[in-house]
Design a protein around this ligand. Structure first.
Ligand SMILES: [Zn+2]
Length: 335
């Protein structure tokens, strides 16, 4: 059974929004590990779909500046063409590399999921590979069964759950042995896709980070180093890292370290101390009513585009429509 998902809106403090396809409802789990207070704990998941030099460097430089550990889930099939990309990751002490499968795909049957994950293992440097993030955050029981068969320790899919404590998913009426580590499902790219300004994204993440810190739960965020809007992405990521570094007692952990903490909850959470920084300044919003209405229209169009391209059309159809759109735009600009 695949997890039931739906496109949901995530609101900024100014009443604008971005959307993401996530779990329709969060599974009730009585089996979640009971963890001690995790205030100030920060995990950053990097979904490395393909190698983009400038994007990858921006992530590594920023993380290095604050001493923040990052876990890179690499879609290795796409990284093979650029060995320099993987080499750079392996040289960085703050980086952990795990799997984002070989092909950027999740299948409905176990055989193809097994094949996709095993093929990734052949090329990934981690021995053994401990964790995986399913492409597109898609989760189904056969995917989870494949993880069990290959001996993975944890995975992370917002198509199954987000913004909640780690737990062992139910499959075939029993508890899985592979831990699910949910994250917050919105990233800088969500704002780039919606076409919203950087400041609005910063205000959004400021609130998410503060809320998680005040609740004493870990702050687990993610990003894509291959997003084409490198500078846009970099500015939001810089804000996120600065904001986390301004929290008293902020520490970072890799996903595998966090798994170890969850596995034996008695263990004290230590983590690497994040170099403390100043709380970054936020520009005041001061939107006029007209500006706000204009941005809301932008949000609605972006949602409509995603509903059609990502939710309704199959991948082939998506590319046909995108190409048509590009040609139309070309005609309009030339005209
Ligand atoms: Zn991906």
């Amino acid at each position: 059974m695949p997890a039931r998902t739906m496109r949901k809106r995530f609101w900024t403090p100014n009443g604008l929004f971005v959307t993401e396809r996530v779990a329709r409802s969060l599974p009730i789990a009585t089996n979640r590990p009971v963890l001690p207070d995790q205030r100030g704990l920060f995990l950053f998941r990097v979904d490395a779909d393909l190698y983009l030099k400038e994007g990858q460097e921006a992530f590594l430089i920023l993380a290095g500046k604050y001493g923040i550990k990052t876990t890179w889930f690499v879609n290795i099939g796409n990284y093979l063409e650029s060995p320099a990309g993987l080499k750079q990751l392996l040289k960085d002490d703050l980086v952990e590399v795990q799997s984002h499968a070989f092909r950027h795909q999740v299948y409905s049957d176990k055989a193809r999921n097994l094949d996709n994950l095993q093929q990734a293992e052949e090329y990934l440097p981690a021995r053994p590979v401990k964790g995986v993030v399913a492409p597109f955050g898609v989760w189904n029981e056969n995917f989870q069964l494949s993880l069990e068969e290959l001996g993975y320790q944890y995975s992370s899919e917002f198509g199954l759950a987000y913004d909640r404590a780690p737990f062992y998913p139910q499959i075939n009426g029993r508890e899985s042995i592979v831990l699910q580590i949910p994250i917050h499902p919105v990233c800088a790219g969500s704002f780039a896709y919606a076409g919203l300004p950087v400041d609005e994204a910063c205000r959004y993440f400021d609130r998410v980070i503060k809320m998680k810190y005040d609740q004493g739960v870990p702050i687990i965020l993610y990003g894509h180093p291959n997003d084409r809007k490198v500078e846009y992405n970099r500015r939001i990521l810089a804000f996120i890292f600065e904001r986390v570094a301004s929290l008293p007692g902020a520490r970072s952990l890799s996903f595998s370290e966090y798994y170890e903490v969850c596995r034996s909850s008695a263990k004290r959470i230590i983590g690497a101390v994040i170099k403390s920084g100043e709380r970054p300044a936020l520009l005041p919003a001061n939107y006029s009513l007209l500006t706000k209405v204009r941005w809301l229209v932008v949000c609605l169009f972006s949602e409509l585009k995603q509903r059609i391209l990502d939710d309704l059309l199959p991948p082939g159809g998506k590319w046909i429509v995108l190409n048509m759109w590009k040609k139309m735009k070309g005609l309009i600009y030339r005209g």
